[in-house]
Design a protein around this ligand. Structure first.
Ligand SMILES: Nc1nc2c(ncn2[C@@H]2O[C@H](COP(=O)(O)OP(=O)(O)OP(=O)(O)O)[C@@H](O)[C@H]2O)c(=O)[nH]1
Ligand SMILES: [Mg+2]
Ligand SMILES: [Zn+2]
Length: 354
C-alpha cells in the first residue's frame, strides 16, 4: 500500500516538504488507547509511542496524536515499533469541548473527509442533537452526511416525517435512510465510500454504528450489543476509536457513542439513563459520597439488598468515572498524574526505610 492509498494527498505532501523533516518516515494513527498507539504505514500496522517531549510538553490535549493523524515517526526493533516525534498539520478535524472552567478541546478524529452523523429512526432521533453534531463537523471543515438508521423500526410515513423535520430545521446536509436489518439503503451508503478517503461514524450509543461497520466489512469483526428494551438506549459497547480499512480501500473510523453524547449535552446523559440511581444517591449519608466504601451509602445498600442490579451499579460507576476523567481539563489530569507520581515516590522511600 502506498501512502497515497492511505489518504496522504498533495496537501499533506506539501506540509511534509515545508517541515523539512525529511529523515523521518510518515505513518497514520489508526488507534489510540490512552498513551498507546497503533500506526499504519506502507507495509503494516504496528505499535507506536510518542516521545516524552511530545507527551509532556504539549500544552493542550488536542495537540496530542489522535486517530486519523499523520505523524513523523522513526522505526525501531526491525520496524516493529514506531516512535512518534511530531504531528503533521490537520486538514480537517472533529473535536469536542472539554467540560470544566478552562477552554480546552479533545480530538475525536482528524483528517476526515466525511462525517456520518447517525441517529436511529426510533427514540434516538433528536433535531437539537443533530444540530450540535453538524456544528462540530462544520467547525472542523468536515462534510457531514446524516444517516438515519433502523428504518425497519418505523413506517414509511414516519420516515418521511423525520426527513421533512430535518428540512424544516433548515438543515441541508444529505440524508440517507438505511437499515442493517433489511439492508435497505445500504448500497446508497456504500456508494458514498471512496478509495483513499476517510469517514467517521458519529452518534449516540446503540444507533448501530458498529453494526454498520461490520456490515460493510461483511463480517462480525467488532462487538455490538442490543439496546435496553425499556428506553432503547445503547450500552456503550465500543470503547475506543479505531480506523478500519474497508475492502474497497476506504477508511472508516468507529467511535464510542455514549461519551460522545455526554460531551455534547454535558453531563445530562448520565442523569437521564441512570435517573433511578441518581435518585437513590439523594439518600446517601454524605453529600460527597463516592458510592464505593462509604458508610450509609444508599446505592451500596440497594445493591446489597438486591434492589439494584449489581451490573447496573458497575456500569453506572464506570460511566461516572469516565465522565469525570473526561471533564477534567488536560492540565488537571496532568496534575493528577504528577500527584500520583509523587505518591509513588513517597511510598518507595517508605519501603526503603523498612
Ligand atoms: N432493528 C434494527 N436494529 C439495529 C440496526 N442496526 C443496529 N441494530 C441493533 O442495535 C444494537 C446496537 O448496535 P451497535 O452497532 O452496537 O450500536 P453502536 O452505535 O455501535 O453503539 P456503541 O458502540 O455503544 O456506541 C444492536 O443490537 C444491533 O443489532 C437496524 O438497522 N435495525
Ligand atoms: Mg459501537
Ligand atoms: Zn453513596
Amino acid at each position: 500500500m502506498e501512502l497515497a492509498d492511505l489518504g496522504f494527498n498533495s496537501w499533506f505532501q506539501k506540509k511534509r516538504e515545508e517541515s523539512q523533516k525529511l529523515d523521518f518516515s510518515i505513518a497514520r494513527i489508526t488507534r489510540v488507547d490512552r498513551n498507546r498507539y497503533l500506526v499504519r504505514n506502507e507495509e503494516n500496522e504496528i505499535q507506536a509511542e510518542p516521545t516524552g517531549k511530545l507527551l509532556f510538553f504539549t500544552d493542550s490535549s488536542q495537540d496530542l496524536p489522535c486517530v486519523g493523524d499523520w505523524v513523523f515517526v522513526q522505526y525501531y526493533n526491525d520496524g516493529t515499533l514506531a516512535i512518534i516525534h511530531e504531528l503533521l498539520p490537520r486538514k480537517t478535524f472533529l473535536r469536542r469541548k472539554s467540560a470544566g472552567n478552562t477552554v480546552d478541546y479533545q480530538m475525536i478524529a482528524s483528517n476526515i473527509d466525511i462525517a456520518f452523523i447517525i441517529q436511529s429512526c426510533d427514540f434516538n432521533f433528536n433535531l437539537r442533537r443533530l444540530e450540535r453534531y453538524l456544528v462540530m463537523a462544520k467547525e472542523g471543515h468536515v462534510e457531514p452526511i446524516i444517516l438515519l438508521s433502523k428504518s425497519d423500526l418505523v413506517s414509511s410515513e414516519e420516515l418521511e416525517k423525520r426527513i421533512s423535520e430535518i428540512r424544516q430545521a433548515q438543515i441541508n446536509a444529505r440524508v440517507i435512510t438505511f437499515s442493517n436489518k433489511t439492508d435497505i439503503g445500504l448500497d446508497t451508503v456504500q456508494q458514498v465510500l471512496e478509495k483513499g478517503k476517510t469517514y467517521c461514524l458519529l452518534g449516540s450509543s446503540g444507533v448501530g454504528k458498529t453494526t454498520l461497520l461490520n456490515h460493510l466489512l461483511g463480517d462480525e469483526v467488532f462487538e455490538t450489543n442490543p439496546v435496553r428494551e425499556k428506553d432503547s438506549r445503547g450500552r456503550h459497547t465500543t470503547s475506543r476509536r479505531q480506523l478500519v480499512v474497508l475492502d474497497n480501500g476506504a477508511f472508516l473510523i468507529d467511535t464510542p457513542g455514549m461519551r460522545e453524547l455526554g460531551m455534547i449535552a454535558a453531563g445530562t446523559s448520565i442523569d437521564d439513563s441512570f435517573s433511578d440511581i441518581q435518585e437513590l444517591s439523594q439518600n446517601c449519608r454524605f453529600n460527597d459520597c463516592a458510592h464505593t466504601v462509604e458508610v450509609g451509602c444508599a446505592i451500596l445498600t440497594a445493591v446489597q439488598t438486591g434492589n439494584l442490579d449489581e451490573e447496573r451499579y458497575q456500569s453506572y460507576m464506570k460511566l461516572i468515572k469516565e465522565s469525570k476523567f473526561h471533564q477534567m481539563s488536560y492540565v488537571e489530569r496532568r496534575k493528577k498524574d504528577k500527584q500520583f507520581g509523587k505518591m509513588i515516590k513517597i511510598v518507595k522511600k517508605q519501603i526503603k526505610k523498612k
